[in-house]
Design a protein around this ligand. Structure first.
Ligand code: SF4
Ligand code: SF4
Length: 99
């Protein structure tokens, strides 16, 4: 039997995301905490959709477009409790298509 391989990027490409313009469902409560008090900035590594980005000035930016609603960032940030997280409004957010 022929083995078919699909990488993560290809799987993610199967999904669709409906943006709730101007109403992101996740917020960083205090960006100063990310910049000054969080050495690891683990959210920038753990997010499977790369929603968090570490900037050259030490800050962290968050763009929720493409968020998979896995909840990892909320759980990961328990040291600082700096992530405000809720599901997107109905009809918005991720629509899983494959796998
Ligand atoms: S883990 Fe929390 S405190 Fe640290 S950079 Fe991410 S959101 Fe900010
Ligand atoms: S819920 Fe998951 S996919 Fe969405 S921003 Fe957090 S870590 Fe990324």
């Amino acid at each position: 039997m022929r083995k078919v391989t699909v990488n993560i990027e290809e799987k993610l490409y199967q999904n669709r995301y409906r943006v709730d313009v101007g109403r992101p469902h996740i917020h960083i409560k205090n960006v100063e905490i990310c910049t000054n008090d969080c050495a690891d900035k683990s959210c920038t590594f753990i997010c499977p959709a790369s929603c968090y980005r570490s900037e050259t000035n030490g800050s962290v930016t968050l763009i929720t477009d493409g968020c998979l609603e896995c909840g990892s960032c909320r759980i990961l940030c328990t040291d600082h409790h700096n992530v405000e997280w809720e599901y997107p409004r109905g009809g918005h957010g991720i629509q899983f298509k494959f796998g």
